[in-house]
Design a protein around this ligand. Sequence first.
Ligand code: ADP
Ligand code: UDP
Length: 240
Amino acid sequence: MKGSLLYEGKAKKVYHVTDQPERLILSYKNDATAFNGKKKDQFEGKGRLNNLITSRVFDYLKLHHIPSHFIEALNDTEQLVEKTTIIPLEVVVRNVAAGSITRRLGIEEKTTFTPPIVELFYKKDELDDPIINDVHAYHLTDVSEQELTRIKEMALTINEHLIELFKQAGLQLVDFKLEFGRLKDGTIVLADEISPDTCRLWDLESGQKLDKDVFREGIGDLIETYELILQRLEENTCAK
Ligand code: ADP
Ligand code: UDP
């Protein structure tokens, strides 16, 4: 049963679970934010879509033996997960140039990266999540050199699985952000969400942007777009 509120973030609320101290409930909100909270809006139905999309993606990753916090979707907007201590890193994998890398390094949008690029950002709202290197990460978090190597390997393996999943749904996986956390015994697992809020997805045929960029850039209807992603995943992919 849902216990007290542990934390409220920009996109989700996190609750304790009564009598299960090692589990949490993630409750997906209808809020959308971009540019680290500088652009905000509310979209009826967004929480449901991101919860169902994330649940499907994590089920698929579980099938492919990726260790994660995910246990099960409880209802339309909530999911049960293992409690972790989140490592304050945003691990971004890029297959194609878009977003901040185009501005930061002057790389033209749509440039392909072979091999994919892994970038680390320090998860700290007050600092606007700055990009950091490995040595910064050892200083700012409790990850060891060996653990960071493993995190990057996991991120690249997850990338391969997600490229395939989204391809089946007629989507190109451009880039995405992952978070990792530690279980009580110290094991590092994939945590948080994987949704159109945290991935860039382009239509394989038309190249149309089908993710949070429709909100960031004001170029489309967020709910219609996220509905399309869920529908394509449900109709074309096998997660269970
Ligand atoms: P933010 O904190 O960036 O505004 P959200 O609104 O998505 O993000 O809030 C959800 C919070 O829950 C995030 O801080 C995320 O790191 C954290 N979280 C996700 N999965 C877990 C987990 N398994 N254990 C503990 N915290 C988690
Ligand atoms: N991303 C995210 N949360 C963040 C920052 C980025 O989920 O706080 C995702 C984003 O949706 C994209 C990828 O990580 O899929 C790379 O984002 P980028 O660095 O290009 O930043 P942006 O320009 O999107 O702010």
